[in-house]
Design a protein around this ligand. Structure first.
Ligand code: HEC
Ligand code: HEC
Length: 387
């Protein structure tokens, strides 16, 4: 019961917002699914990463995670249904917006815009996020407000869109009146019944199945980086150095917050008093923040995987290029009471990174080795509707 109410509190708000006032269904579009579902229950993760939270039913062999199919968290048909829901505009007011409107596969599920237009033309106040190995994270959203990936029956997704509340029953009726849903719910959950809990479970199974682990960096990490240029190697060394400090925040196999599951310290280690337990910190973007994130101008330390594809950058999409981002760390950091100590001299003065232009180029060259082109084309995460 508890679990269900959690689902209601969080994830269903997204659905609620998306449900249509009318029960209009458009039969025109053409759903095309494989006869046998893709193996969403086998996830390929980066070397050296570990799953967030308390998933019980999986095994890891060679960085391939397999969920057991009896009591499972991700099933092939559950995630298949989730894929359809993710791309289906019927989840929105007036059938105009789907999750995929703001999360494009070819951009590692970001959308390339500073802000995005959601339901009824409402514009988001934050930059749409890439979806980067969410199963390795317990600090979802720019303010790290969701830790719910711990258990996939809870949700990786919360209400994050400007939305008006709608009657959830209307969404259920709408899906009931759409021919392809009943059979899909039956395959996913063993029953034709369409209900909010299963809608949200299926969506979160699909989101959780999205992994990226096939970049040039991943290839290099098992062959001594023979595939890297000198510049990329130099960038990688800098990235991991005390001089550039990047990996002290964007760390581990996922180049993301060294918090929780991904983090060897579990409360100690590289963790600073300034960096929040939820893997968020203040990097001196503003003297006065319009959006305070998790509080005190702290924002989620995002994964840098696929960063080449996911601009513009930062929670408000203020930087268009990686050059601008790196310049921020060298000469843009603003003083702030809660500025991460890694950027201060210990007496409260800003101490920016000292990187020359070759070093900046090298770091950016390295960041581009984190791009995973296979993930952006993998059919199992692609749009199943052909119009
Ligand atoms: C109108 C654009 C828009 C739509 C539609 C949208 N999102 Fe998002 N998404 C965003 C924005 C903006 C953020 C960051 C929000 C924040 O930090 O408050 C985000 C964040 C996320 C995250 C967190 C990623 C992370 O690493 O922390 C996930 C997961 C996600 N969205 C999944 C979904 C799903 C599933 C749907 C459909 C039910 C959806 N989104 C619909 C814009 C959108
Ligand atoms: C003290 C921790 C910390 C250090 C050190 C750090 N970062 Fe960040 N980084 C963050 C945080 C937090 C954000 C998100 C800030 C926001 O959006 O308000 C961020 C954002 C970014 C982004 C934009 C991500 C996106 O999805 O928009 C890039 C790129 C980036 N950092 C690269 C680097 C590089 C390269 C280095 C080393 C030169 C570095 N960072 C060092 C904490 C850090």
């Amino acid at each position: 019961m508890k679990r269900i109410s959690f689902v209601f509190t969080f994830f269903l708000l997204v659905i609620l917002a998306c449900s249509d006032k009318s029960l209009v269904t458009s039969a025109e579009e053409n759903l095309s699914l494989p006869n046998e579902p893709y193996a969403y229950d086998k996830l390929s993760l980066p070397v050296g990463s570990s799953i967030a939270g308390s998933f019980d039913d999986f095994t890891i062999d060679n960085n391939v995670v397999t969920f057991s199919n009896n009591k499972t968290e991700i099933t092939p048909w559950g995630a298949t249904l989730g894929r359809v829901l993710f791309y289906d505009k019927k989840l929105s007011l007036n059938n105009t917006v789907s999750c995929a409107s703001c999360h494009h596969q070819e951009k590692a599920f970001a959308d390339g815009l500073q802000f995005s237009t959601g339901f009824e033309g409402r514009v988001t106040t934050r930059n749409s996020m890439a979806i980067v190995n969410p199963i390795l994270q317990n600090n979802l959203f720019w303010d790290s407000r969701s830790k719910t990936i711990h258990d996939l029956s809870l949700q990786p997704v919360q209400n994050h869109i400007e939305m008006g509340m709608e009657d959830l029953n209307r969404l259920v009726s709408k899906l009931e009146n759409t021919e392809y849903y009943k059979p899909l719910f039956k395959k996913a959950f063993g029953t034709n019944e369409i209900n909010p809990t299963n809608i949200s479970k299926a969506l979160s199974q699909f989101v959780a199945s999205i992994t990226t682990s096939r970049s040039r960096f991943d290839a290099g990490s098992i062959n001594n980086f023979n595939n890297f240029s000198e510049l990329e190697k130099m960038g990688m060394e800098l990235f991991n150095s005390d001089k550039a400090k990047c990996s002290s925040c964007h760390g581990g196999g996922n180049m993301s917050a060294l918090d929780g599951p991904n983090d060897p310290y579990g409360g100690g280690g590289s963790f600073t008093a300034v960096q929040d337990l939820r893997g968020a910190t203040n990097i001196g973007l503003d003297i006065v923040y319009k959006d305070n994130g998790l509080g005190n101008g702290k924002f989620k330390i995002p994964s840098l995987r696929n960063i080449e594809l996911t601009g513009p950058y930062m929670h408000d999409g203020r930087f268009k290029t990686l050059e601008e981002v790196v310049n921020h760390y060298t000469n843009g950091i603003k003083p702030h009471q809660h500025l991460d100590v890694k950027f201060t001299d210990g007496k409260g003065n800003v101490k920016p990174l000292n990187l020359n232009s070759i070093e900046k180029k090298a770091i950016i060259a390295f960041l581009k080795t984190l791009t995973d082109q296979e993930m952006t084309k993998d059919p199992k995460w692609s749009n199943p509707f052909r119009s």
